[in-house]
Ligand binder design. Structure first.
Ligand SMILES: Cc1cc2nc3c(=O)[nH]c(=O)nc-3n(C[C@H](O)[C@H](O)[C@H](O)COP(=O)(O)O)c2cc1C
Length: 736
């Protein structure tokens, strides 16, 4: 909702808002120029009476004196030919020092900014621009807070594509100014259209005057006690009219003065609305607050840049989603397909199913699982759920709140549901999330369309098999041919390798690749790879559709891409990687793994890994520039050939990036595994966990299971479990 309230006004009114903010920024310069060109006041406590008297002595036919909020004094008089004259006056002498004309450029810009040269209609359009800016500022404020993880973290460092970071960075700097400018603009529009209470009526014209003239201005108490900066306007009586009066306007009200004795003949104080209006005018125009005006002008310069980066973000997100041709609306279809996906592949399968069903004449609606809304499915007969699994049996991004929505809904009569899980059998919880969804649907009493099934590693064969079963359940011939979409690949060139594993006849290597070169546009469109240690690179080996994933041992800030690989007997991808030589190239895609990161705090981190699982853990230690406590438990096969990162570990210990290390070797006489090292050090670990430590485990599934059991025993006396820690984000695994 919030995002929609930000996106559409932004996209639709971008040109108008850019126009208003640029013209506003240009106008903000003039009050500053006016301040600079206003003669400096050298006398302190200069009063309005003295200045008026000085002007009158130089220009005896003076008719009016005005003082701007910035302190500029302007006088108006008639010359010998009865022509009206005006000038900026030096209050020290009462003499003209500059023209009183508003610069032509300022007049032109003001007209443009207020009404786009379109009179009343233009003023309405300008007001719409101000309203749009207000909506964008308020929704943007909340979106920034949501993105940074709460109001308290509003100014915390940002991650993500360059366009998104620049957008949020500019928003954080400029939002206060944009809020102020748009609110004050709306006030001024409301005042122009007479929507605010009227200003106070002036005092009644005096019934009688002294009938005399020529009382000295500097002797009139109403003027000689009024500081010159508080005067706004003094209109002189018509020459020769003994009954006419001076009209005085100050910052606090309006009154009349007798020209024969200087007495105040009537006074009316400014209303609260008048004063508020003056303040709003000052805040919007910068007249009387030139520096604030300049600051607001600078902030509005961020608007065109935010419009560009916002549009880029919208376009990139739109492109990332597979387009489903002819996606019918939810209320008009018999078949609803709900997709749970993180990397986008499952959406591709859904598009294939959608196209195959559409061919048979079925009307189909495809949506993310998080958009589950049974109330809208008025004509639905069936719901098909296609869900991937992430983390350790967790929901993927597009299905985050599905289970919550499901528990709030009651089963629909006449609607049957089928669940198809997408996963990878090498994970301990194969299709864990889809299984959970299927079980909860059953418990809630939803009718089953067809039995639960799974697709392993995006296998087109598994998908086609399930398609045949779906066809039978629907009474349709369904032939599903899915051609997986390969993500955009990046070429990486190997720059160095370090070899391990010789003593145990299991070759392994730390491979370091050069960071791919990226252009400015690629950075702006978020195409430049930005990754952290613990994220993944995917490689699709020749002759296979299925990518293999490797955890990154470096972050893009390190300036290289590093992975740790062991050659698996018969492994297509690992063999090729371990055989790479410097200069060789591989094509990969990057995938974020945001759950496997050290928490952003100063608490200790316990890193537990075995074999090549040390890769991402080494990356975390290398990035530990803040030197928070980090404790490593490392299981390797043999001390003579399998201690990955040995020289770096020594250096990191010396630098304070690593606090302690415990090792265990499985191919020595002692035959010790990393979980044994964890048990041996149970007491110290219990202390660290009690102090709020986060535990990060990386390596093979067997090792992870062993570590979990050992930790379970250590946690029990603390009344804790690994599940409890996991729920708090303090126990995270990257298991293969
Ligand atoms: C970081 C990560 C964690 C994963 N965890 C699991 C898992 O626990 N269980 C599983 O069966 N599959 C797991 N998978 C495999 C994905 O579910 C599978 O590749 C799926 O087809 C991805 O679909 P998507 O691109 O639509 O997100 C994981 C994949 C990744 C990259």
């Amino acid at each position: 909702m919030l995002r929609l309230a930000h996106r559409w006004p932004g996209l639709l009114a971008a040109i108008l808002v850019i126009f208003m903010s640029l013209s506003g920024a240009a106008l903000s310069v003039f009050p500053a120029l006016e301040s600079l060109s206003t003669p400096a006041q050298t006398e302190t406590n200069l009063d309005a009476g003295t200045v008026a008297a000085r002007i009158q002595s130089v220009y005896p036919s003076v008719t009016e004196i005005r003082v701007s909020p910035a302190g500029r004094v302007t006088a108006y008089w008639s010359d010998a030919d009865n022509q009206s004259q005006s000038a900026t006056i030096d209050p020290a002498t009462g003499k003209a020092v500059a023209t009183a004309e508003t610069p032509a450029a300022e007049r032109w810009l003001k007209n443009l900014h207020r009404s786009l040269f379109m009179g009343e209609n233009g003023r309405i359009i300008a007001a719409v621009g101000a309203m749009t800016m207000l909506v964008l500022s308020v929704s943007g404020l909340f979106l920034v807070a949501r993105r940074t993880g709460g109001w308290r973290r509003f100014f915390s460092p940002l991650r993500g594509a360059s366009s998104a970071r620049v957008h949020v960075e500019l928003a954080r700097i400029s939002v206060a100014g944009l809020l102020l400018s748009s609110l004050t603009a709306l006030w001024m529009s409301a005042s122009t259209f007479g929507l605010l209470p009227e200003s106070a009526d002036g005092p009644a014209l005096p019934a009688a005057t002294s009938g005399r003239t020529a009382y000295a201005l500097d002797r009139m108490p109403a003027l000689n006690t009024l500081p010159i900066d508080a005067l706004r306007d003094l209109t002189f009586p018509a020459q020769g009219d003994t009954n006419d009066v001076y009209t005085l306007k100050t910052t606090t009200g309006t009154g009349y003065l007798d020209q024969g004795n200087g007495k105040m003949l009537g006074w009316s104080g400014a209303s609260v609305w008048d004063r508020l209006g003056d303040t709003v005018m000052m805040l919007h125009t910068g007249r009387g607050a030139a520096l604030l005006g300049l600051a607001l002008g600078l902030m509005s310069l961020a608007v065109p840049a935010m419009a560009l980066t916002g549009a880029v973000q919208w376009w990139t997100a739109r492109q990332a989603r597979p387009r489903i041709r002819g996606n019918a609306s939810a209320g008009r279809v018999g078949t609803i397909i709900l997709v749970g996906s993180e990397g986008g592949a499952t959406f591709g399968f859904a598009a294939t199913l959608h196209a195959a069903l559409a061919k048979t004449g079925e009307q189909v609606h495809v949506a993310p699982m998080s958009a589950f809304e049974p109330k809208r499915y008025g004509m639905a007969k069936r719901i098909i759920i296609m869900a991937a699994t992430y983390g350790d049996g967790d929901a993927p991004a597009s299905a985050r709140n599905f289970l919550k929505l499901l528990s709030a809904a009651s089963p629909m009569r006449n609607v049957a549901v089928g669940v198809l899980g997408f996963g990878d059998r090498s994970f301990p919880h194969f299709c864990g999330f889809a299984r959970q969804v299927d079980a909860e649907l059953e418990t809630a009493g939803w009718a089953k369309l067809l039995p639960f099934d799974t697709v392993d590693r995006q296998s087109p064969q598994d998908f086609a098999r399930w398609g045949r079963a779906l066809g039978e359940a629907m009474g349709l011939p369904l032939d599903l041919h899915h051609a997986p979409v390969v993500p955009q690949l990046t070429g990486l060139t190997l720059i160095s390798r370090r070899d391990y594993g010789a003593a145990v006849q299991a070759p392994a290597a730390i491979l370091r690749f050069a960071l791919p070169r990226t252009s400015f546009w690629e950075k702006l469109f978020g195409k430049a790879p930005r990754f952290s240690a613990g994220d993944l690179i995917g490689i699709v080996p020749h002759g296979s559709n299925t990518p293999r994933f490797y955890s990154l041992a470096s972050s893009s800030r390190d300036g290289f891409v590093e992975i740790c690989v062991r050659k698996h007997p018969g492994g297509l991808c690992s063999s090729r990687l371990v055989d790479l030589m410097p200069g060789d190239k591989v094509h990969v895609f990057f995938r974020a793994n945001p759950d496997f990161r050290p928490a952003k705090n100063r608490k200790p981190v316990v890193l537990i890994g075995a074999g090549t699982g040390i890769g991402p853990l080494a990356g975390f230690i290398r990035d530990n520039v803040g030197k928070r406590p980090m404790h490593l438990f490392f299981g390797a096969r043999h001390p003579s050939s399998d201690v990955f990162y040995a020289p770096e570990i020594d250096r990191w210990l010396g630098e304070g990036k690593l606090t302690s290390i415990e090792t265990a070797f499985s191919r020595t006489a002692a035959r010790s595994y990393v979980q044994d090292a964890v048990r041996r050090d149970g007491q110290r670990l219990a202390g660290l966990i009690a102090a709020g430590a986060q535990i990060m485990v990386c390596g093979g599934a067997d090792m992870a299971a062993g570590v979990k059991t050992a930790l379970g025993d250590i946690l029990a006396p603390l009344n804790l479990t690994t599940a409890k820690l996991k729920a708090e984000g303090r126990y995270v695994e990257d298991v293969y």
